[in-house]
Design a protein. Structure first.
Length: 336
C-alpha cells in the first residue's frame, strides 16, 4: 500500500521577506536617524554597498520615510505664503517682530530690505527711491562687502525740513553706502497747482531726473498711512494737516509716492494729487523690481490697499504687521 507523503510547507519566501524588511528598517534607521553613510551601514549589517543602496531606495519608494523639517522661521515662511495668496505681489519677506518699539521693529525690516537690495543690484544698475522713514531704515541697514557702480535717483520732488522727508538727502546717503552716485532733484514735491506742476516736470533738469527714474531697474519705496497722527504725509505739505476732512472725503486710505490712494489702491480725487511732482503710478509700474518697505500696525491697512492696487512686486514687513494685514483681509472677506 503506497504511503501518502505530505508536501512540505513553503515557508522560505515569507521568512525571506521578513529578513529583507528587517534589513530595510535597520538601514533606514541607521541612515536617516543616526546619520551613517551607506558604506558604514553596509559594514555594520554585513551587506554589500549596492544592497544597502537598494534597501534605502526601496524604503523611500514604499513611503517608509517621512522627512519633516522644523525651523524657527517656519511661521514666517507660512505667513509669507499667506500674504502672497492675497495677490498683488510676487514676493514677501517677513522678519520677526523684535520689539514693541516701532523704531526698533522698523530697523529690523529696513535691514532685511537692505540685504534684499544688495542681492538684487549689480554694477550699472539704477535705483529710484522715495523719501520716508521706511527707505531711511533701508539706508541705515546697508552693509556691503564691495562698492557698487550704481546710480540712486529720486522718484519724487523734495521736501526739506526732516531728514527722512528730504529725498535728496536719503538718495545721497544710499549712494554713499553703496559706493555709487546720486542725482539730486531741484523741485518741490508739490507745485502750487496742476499748471505749475506741468511747468516743473518739463524743466530740463527735473525732466532728466524723472527720465532716469523711469529707466530704473529697482525701486525702493515706503508705504504711508494717512489716518493716523504719526503719518509722515502731513510732514510733506503745510496744508495737508489742516485739510484732513477733504482727505477723508476723498476716500484716501494710504500713500504711495505721495499719491493718496483709496482702499483698492486707486488714485483719489484730491487736489494735492493733481499738483504732485513725482513719477506717476503708471510710470512707476514700468520699473521691473518694485520693493515696498513698511512696518507697524497702522501700516497694515495701507499695505493691503497697495497690494490690491498691484503696485509692488515685493513687500518687506515684520511678523506683527503681517498678522494684522491677514486679519484685516479675513475680516473683509479675503482669504489667504
Amino acid at each position: 500500500m503506497p504511503i501518502a507523503k505530505l508536501k512540505p510547507k513553503t515557508t522560505s519566501a515569507p521568512r525571506e521577506e521578513i529578513v529583507i524588511a528587517r534589513q530595510m528598517h535597520q538601514a533606514l534607521v541607521l541612515h536617516f536617524l543616526e546619520g551613517l553613510t551607506q558604506a558604514q551601514i553596509a559594514d555594520r549589517l554585513g551587506l554589500s554597498h549596492a544592497t544597502v543602496n537598494r534597501l534605502i531606495k526601496r524604503g523611500r519608494q514604499l513611503g517608509l520615510v517621512e522627512i519633516k523639517i522644523k525651523s524657527p522661521v517656519e511661521p514666517l515662511v507660512d505667513m509669507e505664503e499667506r500674504l502672497l495668496a492675497l495677490g498683488g505681489i510676487t514676493r514677501a519677506v517677513v522678519v520677526p517682530t523684535v520689539s514693541d518699539n516701532p523704531q526698533t521693529a522698523l530697523q529690523a525690516v529696513g535691514e532685511a530690505a537692505a540685504r534684499l537690495l544688495i542681492e538684487e543690484i549689480a554694477d550699472g544698475d539704477t535705483i529710484c527711491i522715495t523719501g520716508g522713514k521706511g527707505v531711511s531704515a533701508v539706508v541705515a541697514g546697508l552693509e556691503t562687502q564691495r562698492r557698487f557702480d550704481v546710480e540712486v535717483i529720486p522718484a519724487t520732488g523734495c521736501v526739506q525740513g526732516k531728514h527722512y522727508t528730504d529725498v535728496n538727502h536719503v538718495s545721497t546717503l544710499m549712494a554713499d553706502r553703496l559706493g555709487g552716485r546720486s542725482y539730486q532733484i531741484h523741485a518741490p514735491l508739490f507745485a502750487d497747482n496742476a499748471e505749475q506742476r506741468g511747468m516743473l516736470i518739463n524743466m530740463r533738469s527735473v525732466a532728466d531726473v524723472f527720465k532716469r527714474a523711469r529707466e530704473a531697474k529697482i525701486a525702493i519705496v515706503g508705504i504711508g498711512s494717512i489716518l493716523t497722527d504719526d503719518s509722515s504725509y502731513y510732514d510733506l505739505h503745510p496744508s495737508s494737516s489742516t485739510d484732513r476732512a477733504a482727505i477723508q472725503r476723498s476716500g484716501a486710505s494710504c500713500e504711495l509716492l505721495a499719491h493718496l490712494l483709496d482702499d483698492h489702491g486707486r488714485v483719489c480725487d484730491y487736489s494735492l494729487n493733481r499738483s504732485l511732482v513725482s513719477l506717476t503710478l503708471p510710470e512707476f509700474a514700468s520699473i521691473p523690481t518694485k520693493i515696498g518697505v513698511a512696518s507697524g500696525l497702522n501700516k497694515a491697512g495701507p499695505i493691503l490697499s497697495v497690494l490690491r492696487g498691484n503696485h509692488l512686486d515685493t513687500l518687506v514687513t515684520d511678523e506683527a504687521t503681517g498678522a494684522r494685514i491677514l486679519e484685516i483681509a479675513s475680516e473683509e472677506g479675503f482669504s489667504a
